[in-house]
Design a protein around this ligand. Structure first.
Ligand SMILES: *[C@@H]1O[C@H](CO)[C@@H](O)[C@H](O)[C@H]1NC(C)=O
Ligand SMILES: *[C@@H]1O[C@H](CO)[C@@H](O)[C@H](O)[C@H]1NC(C)=O
Ligand SMILES: *[C@@H]1O[C@H](CO)[C@@H](O)[C@H](O)[C@H]1NC(C)=O
Ligand SMILES: *[C@@H]1O[C@H](CO)[C@@H](O)[C@H](O)[C@H]1NC(C)=O
Ligand SMILES: *[C@@H]1O[C@H](CO)[C@@H](O)[C@H](O)[C@H]1NC(C)=O
Ligand SMILES: *[C@@H]1O[C@H](CO)[C@@H](O)[C@H](O)[C@H]1NC(C)=O
Ligand SMILES: *[C@@H]1O[C@H](CO)[C@@H](O)[C@H](O)[C@H]1NC(C)=O
Length: 437
């Protein structure tokens, strides 16, 4: 009976996700694209800047970087709420480029066609290897349009030290980075094969990323979908992310993060962390993941911290999640060690508390569907499990693993929880999503 309910839930979620995919694929975007006008719907003047009208070739061979740079500068200097249009039917080859703000008015970058990166990593030899399309200090920017951004990452992956351990480890560019931004909206873009991370949001406030499709092969190294650091009030909604690393990662100094309706897989799941590398101080708080579908991912919902870190992770809720053949559906790993050398045991750790898992259902690829490997020096506290139903993909029973994990439960949970210390709940700490507003 339980399992029957779960299947209905899954098919509902699945249908929602895939009808949304269809919607994205048919390109039903803003009508002003078809009807260029010098006034927008509120009667304000707008200027339409088609990159090809300024000389961009868009043949996938000619380097259009200078034209993009020129058009951006022009748009940025305009008071007329400019819309930069990257038209459909063209493929613009763009080298590493900085889009620098602040600008005089709100800008829309409408990508209907495609933007492609140079294939050859040598292009970056004398440039900053962290960046390709880099937006800095931009306020009130909207990026949308139904087009594609292709990082052409194949050569970068082939020379990664994670693929061939004889290679030196080095950074590869993030396809699209937003640094020090506020009031950013990114939606309806397909991002493919980034060299490393697909989207990075750092030191930003008020961001909404929605209806994105992010894709890279399962074996591509470090190709996180969306990476959030030092940012406040970020919402990620209705995205499909299939990559070789975390679908979404939320790291240091981030809070009020809402992640809603995400299909993830292949990939490493939705992660808070890693945090605390090299004994650093870090904090992440008020994160709500509500509605996610993971298929064949290495992890589902995860918190990962290095030993020896300081700081805290608190008020996190993961809810309404469906897992399908996920290796670690629920995992807190305070012994994270992404290094070629073993990490020695240390005496400090990041404090993890007030983390709830509500309505997490589906199948686990491994026996331990729940793993709480908390720090020896600072146990995880106020963990909360409610209506967690995880069966094994192969049909065998599942189990929980707890080390220094303190918490409480409610509802029906399978596998049963294994808290090392069962806390009395005095307050209702189960749901942190209201903290987002
Ligand atoms: C790994 O890289 C080294 C040096 O770049 C190269 O000689 C070797 O053939 C590579 N191995 C594989 C399996 O690609
Ligand atoms: C933390 O994030 C806030 C918000 O983006 C930013 O203003 C601040 O500079 C960040 N602090 C550090 C040390 O990165
Ligand atoms: C994390 O952010 C805090 C500010 O909240 C800052 O003091 C600290 O240095 C940052 N740690 C790392 C590892 O960046
Ligand atoms: C289930 O996950 C395991 C471990 O990742 C994998 O080896 C296996 O192929 C997956 N099964 C299916 C049917 O995808
Ligand atoms: C580190 O600590 C863990 C947990 O207490 C223990 O299982 C492991 O053996 C320790 N490793 C070393 C190298 O001491
Ligand atoms: C606590 O919150 C959960 C989830 O929002 C809700 O279902 C439950 O009724 C609440 N319990 C109390 C005692 O308020
Ligand atoms: C959590 O709280 C929010 C806002 O109060 C509510 O909309 C949502 O349904 C709650 N979710 C759960 C799983 O209780």
């Amino acid at each position: 009976m339980r399992f029957y309910n779960v299947s209905i839930f899954a098919s509902l979620l699945y249908n929602t996700i895939f009808s949304f995919l269809l919607f994205v694929n048919v390109n039903s975007f803003d009508s002003f694209i078809q009807f260029p006008t010098l006034e927008d719907s509120r009667g304000k003047s707008v200027s339409l800047l088609y990159v090809n009208e300024f000389g961009a070739k868009g043949d996938g061979i000619t380097d259009d970087t200078k034209i993009f740079q020129y058009v951006w500068k022009r748009a940025c200097a305009s008071f007329l709420r400019p819309k930069i249009i990257v038209p459909i039917g063209y493929s613009f080859l763009v080298q590493p480029i900085d889009f620098v703000g602040p600008c005089r008015s709100k800008i829309s970058l409408i990508i209907e066609g495609s933007i492609v990166a140079p294939k050859d990593p040598k292009v970056w030899d004398k440039l900053d290897a962290h960046k390709w399309l880099y937006f800095v200090k931009v306020r009130h920017l909207t990026v949308q349009g139904g087009g594609t951004i292709n990082g052409m990452g194949q050569k970068w992956w082939a020379t990664s030290c994670k693929i061939n351990t004889t290679n030196p480890c080095r950074h590869a560019p993030t396809a699209m980075s937003f640094h020090k931004c506020n009031n950013l909206k990114v939606r309806d873009i397909r991002m493919l094969n980034s060299q490393q991370m697909h989207i990075s949001i750092s030191n930003c406030i008020n961001v909404e990323v929605s209806r994105m499709i992010v894709e890279a092969p399962a074996k591509s190294p470090n190709t996180d979908g969306i990476h959030i650091t030092s940012s406040i009030r970020v919402a990620i909604k209705d995205c499909t992310i299939r990559t070789g690393d975390d679908c979404i990662s939320i790291v240091n100094n981030s809070s009020s993060i809402l992640v809603k309706n995400i299909a993830c897989g292949p990939g490493h799941g939705i992660s808070i962390g890693s945090l605390g590398k090299s004994n650093s101080w870090s904090q992440v708080h008020n994160v709500c993941v509500d509605g996610a579908y993971f298929s064949n991912t290495e992890n589902g919902v995860r918190i990962k911290t290095w030993q020896g870190g300081r700081g805290y992770v608190r008020r996190i809720s993961f809810m309404n999640v469906w897992m399908e053949n996920v290796s670690n559906p629920i995992i807190i790993d305070q012994y994270y060690c992404d290094s070629p050398f073993p990490c020695p045991n240390q005496t400090s750790g990041i404090h993890i508390h007030s983390v709830s898992f509500i309505g997490i259902r589906g199948t686990s690829a491994t026996k331990n569907a729940i793993k709480f490997a908390c720090s020896d020096s600072s146990p995880c506290k106020k963990l909360f499990l409610k209506d967690v139903q995880l069966v094994s993909y192969s049909g065998l029973p599942t189990a929980s693993f707890c080390w220094k994990a303190y918490g409480s439960t409610s509802g029906l949970n399978n596998p049963p929880s294994c808290f090392n210390f069962v806390e009395q709940t005095t307050k209702n700490l189960s749901n942190w999503s209201d903290q987002f507003i």
